[in-house]
Ligand binder design. Structure first.
Ligand code: BYC
Length: 322
């Protein structure tokens, strides 16, 4: 719906959004739309890159060669997702260096979920099943988000995330068919990852700062609570197949609502983790900063090589004219 007091240009912009026309980099857009997208896409990219760390921790300790190959491929996919997303954010006028600087200085957030430790092999299953499951639930609607480069990046990301969730389910299914100790290890991982997965969807709608505007601009298609509910409904059914218990005594099918009811989320823990005080925040940021410093020579060598290959690269304007 278009508010009467919007300036003409902004009304035209909202008309396009309402008509499901994608916004492209050179189109006029309100500055706040641009900033919201830079915030969300760059935080999403940082989440992919930081998200490589807890799983990377288990590549050298995967139980078989096949599991190692699969995990390696998954972590590489996440690097790819980060790169598509940084590229999509760059089309809005921010540089990759600025985004990285915002991550390293703590100005930009990344998903709360990656501030928890991965203690056992079963955590690889729990991350795949729950964390990638939550990611898919949140990200499939982003394939229809209003900004063209973001929506196109999300299509490939979602295809790969589906494979990731299946591999997590497969790890847990195998453990659950194994010895009592293996089953117990799977249950322990679910006990630790369940509540943080629910927090991935963000605060309740009533506490969400950006949802209303982002939904009007069709950056977000569903609210945080709607997506969280869909996730609970999906996982509660899949848990039965695994014969695992979700650690919530209030989880119960509600015949009237046709949804699962579930217990209260510990929001104090959530706000604490996103303000930098989770169990692994410091470790994660230290690891990213170290990788950045140690990769300086690679960036210098790549830039020198590019300069040698193309000593006088054409300017952006002349490329456009061509
Ligand atoms: N963690 O107004 P709200 C993945 C912040 S999956 C940290 O509702 P919005 C992966 C929020 O940024 C994870 N911060 O915000 C999976 C805001 O603070 P700022 C990444 C959170 O943007 C497997 C404040 O709380 N996915 O990558 O409307 C393997 C108020 O929230 C969180 C995405 O990024 C959180 N969980 O909605 C590897 C998907 N929740 O920015 C990788 C795209 C909220 O004002 N993003 N905050 O300082 C989104 O869909 C939305 O940004 C959110 C939040 C639903 C996450």
């Amino acid at each position: 719906m278009i508010a009467m007091n919007l300036p003409e240009q902004e009304k035209g912009f909202q008309h396009k959004i309402d008509a499901e026309v994608r916004i492209e980099p050179k189109d006029w857009m309100p500055e706040k739309y641009r900033h919201t997208l830079i915030r969300q896409i760059s935080q999403h990219a940082h989440s992919e890159i930081v998200g490589m760390l807890p799983e990377g921790n288990w590549i050298s300790r995967a139980p078989t060669l096949k599991r190692k190959q699969i995990l390696l491929a998954k972590v590489q996919d996440e690097a790819g997702h980060g790169l598509y997303l940084y590229s999509a954010a760059e089309t809005l006028g921010i540089s990759r260096d600025e985004m990285i600087e915002q991550l390293h200085s703590g100005k930009a957030k990344y998903s709360s979920i990656f501030n928890y430790p991965t203690l056992t092999w079963a955590d690889m299953g729990a991350i795949g099943w729950l964390v990638d499951g939550a990611a898919i639930m949140n990200q499939v609607p982003l394939c229809r988000t209003s900004y063209g480069p973001y929506s196109r990046a999300m299509i490939r990301i979602c295809k790969e995330e589906s494979f990731h969730q299946r591999q997590g389910f497969d790890i847990l299914y195998t453990l659950c068919q194994g010895s009592p100790e293996q089953k117990a290890m799977a249950q322990d991982a679910i006990n630790r990852w369940w509540w943080p997965s629910l927090m991935m969807f963000g605060p309740h709608d009533s506490e969400s700062l950006h949802s209303e505007q982002s939904m009007q601009w069709k950056i977000k298609r569903f609210s945080n609570d709607e997506l969280r509910q869909r996730f609970v409904d999906m996982i509660a059914e899949q848990a039965k197949v695994l014969d695992l218990t979700l650690p919530d005594p209030d989880l119960e099918w509600n015949e009237e609502r046709m949804h699962y009811d579930f217990g209260k989320i510990n929001w104090e823990e959530f706000w604490n983790v996103i303000s930098g005080n989770g169990p692994c925040n410091k470790q994660r940021l230290d690891a990213r900063r170290k990788a950045w410093e140690e990769g300086a020579w690679v960036r210098e060598a790549a830039a020198a090589h590019a300069k040698k290959q193309h000593p006088n690269p054409p300017k952006a304007e002349s490329l456009e004219a061509a």
